[in-house]
Design a protein around this ligand. Structure first.
Ligand SMILES: CC(C)(COP(=O)(O)OP(=O)(O)OC[C@H]1O[C@@H](n2cnc3c(N)ncnc32)[C@H](O)[C@@H]1OP(=O)(O)O)[C@@H](O)C(=O)NCCC(=O)NCCS
Length: 171
C-alpha cells in the first residue's frame, strides 16, 4: 500500500454560527462544534485511506476562546499518523469576524479513526510520511497519545505502554 503525506488528507470546512447553534450565553454550543470537528476529521481520515472510517476516540479537545453568533468558523483537518488500521487526525479551528475579517484560533482537537470493511472489521491503512517540522512533531507524539487513549479505554495495560509506563508504573 502506497504511503501518503499529511497534505493529501487536508480537509477544510467553513461554517457560519446560526442562532440555533448557540448556547444560553450566545456563543457556539460546544456539542455543535464537536459535530463539525468529527465530520471534518472523518473526511480527512477517509481521504487518507480511501475507506469508510468510524470514530474510535476523541483523544483531546480544547476550547480556548468563545465563538460568537454570526462568526464564520473554519476547520482544518489532516492525518498526523497512521498505525495498522487506525489514524490520528489533528483539527484546528479558527473564527473570523464577519466585519473585519480578523481570524482567531479558538480550538484544537485530536481524534482517532479506524478504517472498516462492510462488516465493521478493521482494515489496514497506508502509512503516513510527515514532511514539515510540525508534521514530524505531531507524528512523533502520536504514539504516546495512542497509548494514553488505549490505557484510558481499558485496551492496553499501563505496564505494556512503552512510551508512558513510567507515568503509571513504579519500577
Ligand atoms: C473502533 C472499532 C472499529 C475497533 O474495532 P475492534 O474490533 O475493537 O478492533 P481492534 O481492537 O483491532 O482495534 C482496531 C484499531 O482501533 C484502535 N483503537 C480502538 N480503540 C481505540 C481508542 N480508544 N483509542 C485509540 N485507538 C483505538 C486500535 O488500537 C486498533 O488500531 P491499529 O489497528 O492501528 O493498531 C470498534 O470498536 C467500533 O466499531 N467502535 C464504534 C465506532 C463508532 O460507532 N463510532 C461512532 C461513534 S458514535
Amino acid at each position: 500500500m502506497k504511503s501518503k503525506t499529511s497534505a493529501q488528507s487536508l480537509t477544510i470546512n467553513t461554517e457560519v454560527v446560526l442562532p440555533n447553534d448557540t448556547n444560553h450565553v450566545g456563543n457556539l454550543f460546544g456539542g455543535k462544534l464537536m459535530q463539525w470537528v468529527d465530520i471534518t476529521a472523518a473526511i480527512a481520515a477517509q481521504r487518507h485511506c480511501g475507506r469508510v472510517v468510524v470514530t474510535a476516540s476523541i483523544n483531546h479537545v480544547s476550547f480556548e476562546n468563545p465563538i460568537k453568533q454570526n462568526s464564520v468558523v473554519t476547520l482544518e483537518a489532516k492525518v498526523s499518523r497512521a498505525f495498522t488500521s487506525s489514524m490520528e487526525v489533528y483539527v484546528e479551528v479558527w473564527f473570523e469576524n464577519p466585519v473585519t475579517g480578523e481570524k482567531t484560533k479558538c480550538n484544537e482537537a485530536i481524534l482517532t479513526f479506524v478504517a472498516i470493511d462492510q462488516n465493521g472489521a478493521p482494515l489496514p491503512v497506508p502509512q503516513l510520511i510527515p514532511e514539515t517540522d510540525l508534521e514530524k512533531k505531531r507524528f512523533d507524539g502520536a504514539l504516546r497519545r495512542r497509548q494514553l487513549s488505549l490505557i484510558l479505554a481499558g485496551r492496553l495495560k499501563p505496564e505494556e505502554a512503552t512510551e508512558l509506563k513510567a507515568l503509571f508504573v513504579k519500577d
